[in-house]
Design a protein around this ligand. Structure first.
Ligand SMILES: C[S@@+](CC[C@H](N)C(=O)[O-])C[C@H]1O[C@@H](n2cnc3c(N)ncnc32)[C@H](O)[C@@H]1O
Length: 442
């Protein structure tokens, strides 16, 4: 695989401006300044679970709720990480495994794009300078959303287009390749962002292939890598070292002094023809840096996996990878399309503070149940009623919520009422002090 030389020696005519940006235009695209003036939600604080750390669960239309969060100085510009998994423009409605209505995903084309764009504009304002945003989509809309995100966050802040294997191969009857991938677009607010490099452990097979040499005397496994890199340099890395010039079009990766020190430590391998290479030792490696294709995070795919039963619920381990890489303990994490509350549950487990929003009563009911008693193994849904009596032992009774919680409801005529019974016996299950600030239905 050839590596290009960034911007070096490229021939560009002076009359050509190489940096012309482009935008996606469609009917109904409103100016960003108007989006920023969105009428904030009227939020009613209905329940508080007292602890020092306060997370927020918000039932409401996320555009208005995000606008109200922008008015909160403890949140605006303070969110360290955003993960969203919005509707994908599938043209479908979704139900839970128990056939209860969850949400509609009926917007398509420009209407869908504008829906998401408006929320992304507000989300960017909520992010801290070190913050990151991950947007989970499928092949329907990932391409135009990438262009929209370049507009909002700046193409220079685009970090990765992650391809995730979402399910096992299907028995496709269509005349096309099986579809097992979806995509996560990763952007940061600036180039000074939180990043904890994730690694995958070396496998025996990968070690055998990669680290083929054993150092005499120490027994350390190593591989040999070039000590030069593409591009010419005028400074000391472009000058001869031990009488040798770097190969044409290349430069030394280190100054001659550093190369001398490395050689003195025995870290340079000299081939019989006098060609120097650097030794890279297996025992100095933390593992293989995670790449942008993720194969190990399929959504619920076997009977032992715990789920809530909410449709389109994501694999918690996928969210865990994202949270660990792009936030630190105590950071504030936001998911404005909460669904079953996967982001909140994982953020809670990892000691992050969180805010999560959804406008589906079933999503809110699912999140509350999940915070109180965790998720359940998938088996109870697919095995049928005959096995009900065996399910009790499988229920995870360990509650997820350990820190505090404020539950808000948006007051808006378009929103369905939330059932009061939802939170009736929170305190006994949570074993934390719960205060009912106001009844839900007023
Ligand atoms: C794909 S699901 C999210 C699933 C979630 N990642 C999980 O792991 O369970 C999308 C969610 O977005 C919610 N949603 C869609 N439009 C919304 C809006 N305008 N405001 C708030 N929530 C919305 C839906 O109710 C649905 O629960």
């Amino acid at each position: 695989m050839a590596t290009g030389i960034p911007g070096k020696n490229a021939y560009i005519s002076n009359s050509i401006n190489t940096n012309i940006s482009f935008q996606l235009n469609y009917e109904g695209k409103i100016p960003a300044e108007h989006v920023l003036k969105t009428q904030p939600a009227k939020l009613k604080h209905v329940v508080t679970v007292d602890k020092n750390l306060k997370n927020k669960l918000i039932y409401g239309e996320n555009l208005r709720v995000l606008s109200s969060l922008l008015k909160d100085p403890t949140v605006a510009g303070k969110v360290g990480l955003i993960y969203i998994d919005p509707p994908y423009a599938t043209g479908s409605s979704f139900e839970s495994r128990k056939s209860d209505h969850a949400y509609h995903d009926c917007m398509e084309g420009a209407v869908y794009l504008e829906f998401l764009r408006q929320r992304l504009i507000l989300l960017k304002e909520l992010l801290s300078e070190q913050g990151a945003i991950y947007v989970h989509l499928d092949e329907n809309m990932a391409f135009p959303v990438k262009i929209i995100m370049d507009e909002i966050f700046g193409a220079r802040n685009f970090r990765n287009w992650i391809t995730r294997k979402k399910c096992n191969p299907k028995n496709y009857t269509r005349k096309q390749y099986g579809n097992v991938a979806d995509y996560i677009l990763f952007y940061t607010k600036t180039d000074k962002y939180t990043w904890n490099q994730p690694f995958e452990a070396w496998t025996e097979a990968a070690i055998k292939k990669e680290y083929q040499y054993v150092e005499e005397g120490t027994g350390r496994l190593y591989k040999k890598v070039p000590i030069h890199a593409p591009g010419t340099r005028k400074g000391s890395t472009g000058k001869p070292w031990r009488g040798m010039l770097p190969p044409p079009g290349k430069h030394w990766q280190y100054t001659p002094e550093t190369l001398d020190e490395m050689d003195a430590r025995g870290e340079i391998y000299w081939s019989p023809t006098g060609n120097p290479r650097r030794k890279v030792y297996l025992d100095n490696s933390q593992g293989i840096g995670v790449q942008d294709i993720w194969l190990d995070y399929k959504d619920a795919h076997n009977q032992n996996i715990k789920i809530t039963g909410y449709p389109t619920e994501k694999n918690p381990d996928l969210i865990k990878r994202i949270i660990l890489a792009s936030s630190n303990a105590g950071d504030l994490i936001l998911d404005a399309f909460a669904g079953s509350g996967t982001t909140a549950a994982v953020a809670e487990e990892l000691g992050r503070q969180w805010i999560t929003i959804d406008n589906s009563p079933l999503a809110i009911a699912t999140i509350i149940k999940r915070l109180v008693q965790g998720s359940e193994v998938m088996g109870d849904f697919v095995n049928g009623n005959n096995f009900q009596s065996r399910q009790m032992s499988l229920i995870d009774t360990k509650r997820v919520l350990h820190s505090g919680l404020d539950f808000y409801i948006e007051e808006h005529p378009e929103l369905e009422t939330i059932d009061e019974s939802l939170i009736k016996d929170w305190d006994s299950k949570l074993n934390l002090e719960t205060k009912y600030i106001r009844p839900l239905s007023i």
